[in-house]
Ligand binder design. Structure first.
Ligand code: PLP
Length: 384
């Protein structure tokens, strides 16, 4: 019986009705991925070349140079890790924590929870400071916790995609330095979209993703670490307990030697080079300004339609807006209606905000006045 099933599954006739791969056209105004820029898509569709080809090696250097600009840093070890944002997130924990070492995590949403989960798996001594989903931490609260807990690493999410909160980071780097602690920042929903100054803010380690501010498909996770982080890595007593994400090995490929570690996803690196080039050509200041302006237009428009925003304007996140679902409205029904009838995606709330808010993303290529107008118009005409 089992044998007959396997043989029939292997029969190619079973697949003859499969048509050529097709995906519907969508405008992605949810928490990510966002639509990729057309120039990024052309770069992605180029024929692969070898990951040790001299032309590719030169492209790697371009990507690193462009990433340093986008991160606003001079860090030698700045690279796109293979994998989505969670890959560089895990690398940030796996490489810098040894068993029993203290990490303090400021948690105010779903992705803070993920950091806690990862740090626990790597057997860190985890302390958590917590805020309700929709609030940010003050400088004083963070300073107090770092000074009293004395962690080896302090980790925080800059742009919390689950709640729509932007965490101010100014001054925290200084506190970390005074307390001999590394400052780790999740910039998944801020890199290439919102002001982020790695060197000036004294951030020691940071990671992001390709599918939001950088207008690329998901698949790479930009990462950067400074000399303080390099020193901590080289003083480890034990091997990094994760081969794929071991930065001392990746350093041999992305550092100076270009020695094989794993086969780089070359097309994704073509794509990210293009996404980063577009940002650099337009200028970071302009990119930040565009994201802020379009978000403000969205907020004003939603409020003028009588809708309530979940986060106070003081720390509202321009890339991701959480808007309360009106009491009489079927939240999932409205989202499905937008998707099925108009091809527009917005997100449901995540975790404890599920069913309470919608999440509207304006990120990278999709942060445009035209998209804001289109969405506001649909909220006006379709939300009954
Ligand atoms: N951190 C934040 C703030 C995120 O928004 C996400 C994903 O949206 C991640 C981490 C994880 O990234 P990924 O889903 O690309 O693995």
């Amino acid at each position: 019986m089992t044998e007959a099933k396997i043989i029939s599954a292997l029969n190619e006739e079973n697949f003859s009705h499969f048509s050529k791969t097709y995906v519907p056209s969508r405008l992605l105004l949810g928490p990510g991925p966002s639509n990729a820029h057309p120039e990024v898509l052309s770069a992605l569709s180029l024929n692969p070349i070898g990951h040790l080809d001299e032309a590719y090696i030169s492209l790697m250097s371009d990507v690193q140079q462009l990433l340093r600009y986008t991160w606003q840093c001079n860090n030698r070890l700045t690279l796109p890790m293979s994998g989505t944002g969670s890959a560089a997130m895990e690398a940030s924990i796996a490489n810098f924590i040894e068993e029993g070492e203290k990490i303090l995590i400021a948690k105010k949403g779903y992705f803070g929870d993920r950091l806690v989960d990862m740090a626990t798996r790597y057997k860190a001594d985890v302390s958590v400071m917590e805020k309700p989903w929709g609030e940010s931490f003050s400088y004083e609260e963070i300073k107090y916790e770092i000074e009293t807990k004395k962690p080896a690493i302090f980790a925080i999410v800059h742009a919390e995609t689950s709640s729509g909160v932007l965490q101010p980071l100014n001054g925290i780097g200084e506190v970390c330095r005074k307390n001999n602690c590394l400052f780790l920042v999740d910039a998944v929903t801020s890199l290439g979209a919102l002001e982020l100054l790695i060197d000036e803010w004294k951030i020691d380690l940071a990671y992001s993703c390709s599918q939001k501010g950088l207008s690329c498909p998901p698949g790479l996770s930009p990462f950067t670490m400074n000399k303080r982080a390099e020193d901590k890595l080289s003083s480890r007593k034990t091997k990094v307990p994760n081969w794929y994400l071991d930065l001392s090995l990746l350093n041999k490929y992305w550092g100076s030697d270009r020695v094989y570690h794993h086969t780089a996803p070359v097309n994704m690196n073509f794509a990210i080079r293009e996404g980063l080039r577009l940002i650099a050509n337009g200028g970071l200041d302009n990119v930040w300004y565009r994201h802020n302006t379009n978000a403000k237009k969205l907020w004003k428009g939603l409020e003028s339609l009588g809708m309530e925003l979940h986060v106070s304007e003081d720390y509202r996140l321009p890339t991701l807006t959480t808007v309360k679902i009106p009491p009489a409205v079927d939240g999932d029904g409205f989202r499905n209606h937008l998707l099925r009838k108009f091809g527009i995606e917005i997100g449901n709330g995540l975790g404890e905000l599920s069913g309470k808010v919608w999440r509207i993303g304006l990120m990278g290529f999709n942060s445009s006045e035209e998209n804001v107008d289109r969405l506001l118009n649909l909220f006006d005409t379709e939300l009954k």
